[in-house]
Each structure stands twice: as structure tokens, then as C-alpha cells.
Design a protein around this ligand. Structure first.
Ligand code: SAH
Length: 471
């Protein structure tokens, strides 16, 4: 280990920055964030630095650097584009026993600045001992995705409860178990989802239970939208929760690639309803949710697309809330949005489609729809449907006044490796779907915007084409 990582408390301490450009400006910003007093030595100032000076937030000395500028400073950064000046700062710092970071010159620096993941009060600092700042930034990007945005809030909550926990649980082992449970369980996930108050209440309840000596296992359920299939379309929160779950209940629509992103040793339970095969009823799903969460496990209920778009997410939410089980709902990219992006079809467009409607025409839903308004022009209507319903949908639209040449497109397996886009119009889309042997999952997009489907069809290739054309 060539360096010792430490965190400096610079509050109200003087830090010297030599240099007045964009790089110096970023360093000054960082120092101000850490509540340091900042002295900048530079003949000219970058516009951001000039603003800080005018606001009285930094002291500016508009001269060439001289060693006396170190007076009173406890730390220094050299960020000029002159290696002689940078060297002079490093030498002067060394003579006074003050640590100096020279930007982009590890060899003459006595301190290196890490890449930072800031979840204050929680901080992660990454350094490669000067070998490769680019690698440090890559690691940072990976950690940024991994660490929930509100991790700092969790740290603060834990900090505020620390003394109470210490009093309630004098035994070190039990206390450690309490904290471990807290960080892995519903209190943490509530904080991450933005419900700090609920988290606080859970914490109080758990502390009471722990003091009574009756710590109850407390399970929780994550109602997660898995998106349309491509695992890169999962949200960061979905990914974070899938990495900490004990059990996953998943639908037929959840792609194998998404399941790959679930924690290796989580139990996977298929609860999809595939016609002709074993029918897992909604009641069975409800029973499983209650059973696993009741055992104190973390249960991910993973649904295709978004849980609240034709996903029966509402029913599951009601059930769990009635049972007093903490639930976190994580939105997903619904199939219509995935299909639109993948097929290069904007769902709204100025002049052509000022509105978009998502419709499901499965089950008995079709009768209750207002077909006259769905058939009206100047809009986009997306039908989530079983493929078998397609002819009926087209028939109903036509019967309510939609003309035969209204553009229509079918997107099959949107965002998945087998994606197909079939373009046509209401007059021929059923026949086309039939001859192309379209299979589930697929959806139908009706409206002027679907005209583009005939042109675009494979945006991935057209993107590659553009890139190749440029190079
Ligand atoms: N909650 C889901 C929808 C469930 S309803 C969501 O928000 O996307 C199931 C219907 O969604 C399917 O019948 C199909 O019409 C549509 N669907 C789901 N995934 C799809 C995909 N990858 N490609 C095309 N259609 C899809």
C-alpha cells in the first residue's frame, strides 16, 4: 500500500489552490463542499471562480504563486497548466510539511485526490495510487449504480438511532445483528424508496420488539417492474433490490435475461399463467406472497413491464397492505414504451398524435371500452393483447368508424432478441399477422405514427449505419 486513505476534516481550515482554470474551479467546488476556506492564487479566473470571488466565497490573490501564499494553509492543490509552477508549489509545500496534490502529476504529489461517490455522510473514495485515474472513474461509475441514492439518509437515520440502540441492546452481538438486519431489510429499503418517515416508524417498532426480547422476523415485498425484456432497461432500484432478495416470484413475461440479474442464491418461483399448462391462479400468488413475507423473507414480485399497467399490481399491493407487510413498488418500462423505442415509433407527435392511450382488450375488458373514441383519428392507441384478439380488435375499430388505411403496427417480443415489427394498416394487419405467425407477447399500435414502422423497422441497424457513415 503506497498511500494511506484518510478523510480530512477541512471545515473552516484554509486550503490553497494555485491555478484559475476549469480544473482549479472543480477542485475549489469540492473544497467548498467540504466547508474549507479557500484561497485561490491565479492571475486570471475562470468565470465560475469569478462568481465565487464576487460572492465572497473564496479569497483571490491575483498574482503569480509565491511560497508565502501557503501562510495559514493546511492543504494545497496545484492546478495550473505550467509544470514549473506546479513543481514550485509542490516544493514549497514539502518545505513547510503541507500535503500538496498536483493535478495529473502523481510523481510530485504528496496527496492524491480520489474519485468520489458522495452519499454524504457516507463517502466512498477510490484511488489507483496514481496509476490510472480513468480506471478509478470506471470503478466509481460501477459503484454509483450499485449504491442507492439515499444511502446517506440511511447512514443519518442509523446515526440518529445509535445511542438508543446502544441502550436497548447492550450486548454487542445482538446489537450487531440488529444493525445487520436493519441495513438488509425493510427499514433500509423504505429509506431508499424515499419513505423516511415510515422507515423511522419501522425502526421504532423494531427497537421496541428487540427490547421486549421478542424480535419478530419482518419480511417485505418488492413489487418490481421488470420492463419489456431487455435487462438493460431495468431501473437501478430494481437491480439493487433484485440483488438483495431471498425469493423471486416471476411471470411468464419476465425474460430469462432479466432473471440472470437476480442474486444467485435467491429462490426462483415461476407463477406465470400459461394456457394449457399448470395455471397458477392469482390466489396462489397471493398465498405465496403472504407465506414467504410472513416467514420474514425478502420477496421480489417481478412482473413484466410496469406492475401497475395491466399487471394486477394494485390487487397485490392491497393484499400486502392489509396484511401489514411493507411493500416497495418499483416502476418498470411498460411494453408500449419499450416497443415504441425499439421500433423507432414516437407514441405522440406534434400535429399527428397529441394523445396516446394504453388499452387492454383481453378478457371481458373489450365490451366496456369506448370503441367510438378509440376509433377516432388524430391519436395513438396501443393495444396490449393476446394475439388471438387481434382480428376482433380490428373489426371493432372498423365498425366504429376507423378507416381501413389507418396505419397500424405490431411489435412482437419488443426489446428482446427475437423482436419483429410488422407494419401495415387496419385493412391488412390481421392477415399480415396471420401469415407472419405472430406469437405472444405482441402489441398493436394504431395511428398515424405507426406509418413510420414501415420505414424504420430495425433502428439498431440504422444506428450502426449512421455510426459507420460518420467514421
Ligand atoms: N405489465 C405489463 C403488461 C402486462 S399485459 C407491461 O407494463 O408491459 C401483457 C401484454 O403486454 C402482452 O399480451 C403484450 O401485449 C404486452 N407485452 C408485454 N411484453 C411485451 C413485449 N416484450 N413485446 C410486446 N408486447 C409485450
Amino acid at each position: 500500500m503506497d498511500y494511506l486513505p484518510v478523510f480530512l476534516n477541512l471545515r473552516d481550515k484554509l486550503a490553497l489552490v494555485v491555478g484559475g482554470g476549469a480544473v482549479a474551479s472543480r477542485k475549489v467546488e469540492l473544497l467548498l463542499k467540504a466547508h474549507a476556506r479557500v484561497r485561490v492564487v491565479a492571475p486570471r479566473l475562470h468565470s465560475d471562480l469569478a462568481l465565487y470571488r464576487d460572492a465572497g466565497r473564496i479569497e483571490h490573490l491575483g498574482y503569480q504563486f509565491e511560497p508565502r501564499h501557503f501562510d495559514g494553509a493546511v492543504f494545497a492543490i496545484a492546478a495550473t497548466d505550467s509544470s514549473e509552477v506546479n513543481q514550485a508549489v509542490a516544493t514549497a509545500g514539502a518545505a513547510r510539511g503541507i500535503f500538496v496534490n498536483v493535478v495529473d502529476d502523481g510523481a510530485i504529489s504528496s496527496a492524491v485526490m480520489p474519485a468520489i461517490v458522495d452519499r454524504s455522510p457516507l463517502l466512498v473514495a477510490i484511488a489507483t495510487s496514481g496509476q490510472s485515474p480513468t480506471l478509478a472513474r470506471r470503478v466509481r461509475a460501477q459503484l454509483e449504480a450499485l449504491l442507492p441514492e439515499r444511502l446517506g439518509e440511511l447512514a443519518r437515520l442509523a446515526g440518529s438511532a445509535r445511542e438508543r440502540v446502544q441502550r436497548a441492546l447492550p450486548d454487542v452481538q445482538r446489537r450487531r445483528r440488529f444493525w445487520d438486519g436493519l441495513f438488509a431489510g425493510s427499514i433500509a429499503s423504505k429509506v431508499f424508496a424515499g419513505s423516511t418517515r415510515e422507515a423511522q416508524q419501522l425502526l421504532d417498532a423494531e427497537l421496541r420488539a428487540a427490547t421486549d426480547g421478542t424480535p419478530q422476523a419482518r419480511g417485505e415485498v418488492y413489487l418490481i417492474g421488470a420492463g419489456p425484456g431487455d435487462p438493460d432497461l431495468l431501473t437501478l432500484r430494481a437491480l439493487q433490490l433484485l440483488q438483495q432478495t431471498d425469493v423471486v416470484l416471476y411471470d411468464r413475461l419476465v425474460s430469462p435475461a432479466v432473471l440472470e440479474r437476480v442474486r444467485r442464491d435467491a429462490e426462483r418461483i415461476f407463477v406465470g399463467k400459461e394456457s394449457g399448462r399448470h395455471r397458477a391462479t392469482q390466489e396462489r400468488i397471493h398465498a405465496l406472497l403472504l407465506e414467504y413475507a410472513g416467514r420474514g423473507l425478502r420477496v421480489a414480485r417481478l412482473k413484466g413491464g410496469d406492475p401497475f399497467i395491466f399487471g394486477r399490481g394494485g390487487e397485490e399491493l392491497d393484499l400486502l397492505q392489509r396484511a401489514g407487510i411493507p411493500v416497495i413498488v418499483v416502476p418498470g418500462i411498460t411494453a408500449a414504451l419499450g416497443a415504441a423505442a425499439a421500433a423507432g415509433l414516437p407514441l405522440t407527435q406534434r400535429g399527428l398524435a397529441p394523445s396516446v392511450t394504453f388499452v387492454t382488450a383481453t378478457g371481458d375488458g373489450a365490451e366496456r371500452l369506448d370503441w367510438r373514441s378509440l376509433a377516432a383519428p388524430v391519436q395513438t392507441v396501443v393495444f396490449y393483447m393476446g394475439v388471438a384478439q387481434l382480428p376482433r380488435i380490428v373489426e371493432l375499430l372498423r365498425a366504429h368508424g376507423a378507416e381501413a388505411d389507418r396505419p397500424a403496427a405490431i411489435v412482437e417480443q419488443a426489446t428482446m432478441p427475437g423482436q419483429r415489427v410488422i407494419a401495415g394498416c387496419l385493412g391488412d394487419i390481421s392477415a399480415q399477422a396471420h401469415s407472419a405467425q405472430v406469437a405472444a407477447p405482441a402489441l398493436l399500435i394504431v395511428g398515424e405514427v405507426a406509418r413510420r414502422a414501415a420505414r424504420s423497422v430495425d433502428p439498431v441497424h440504422s444506428m450502426l449505419g449512421t455510426a459507420a457513415g460518420k467514421s
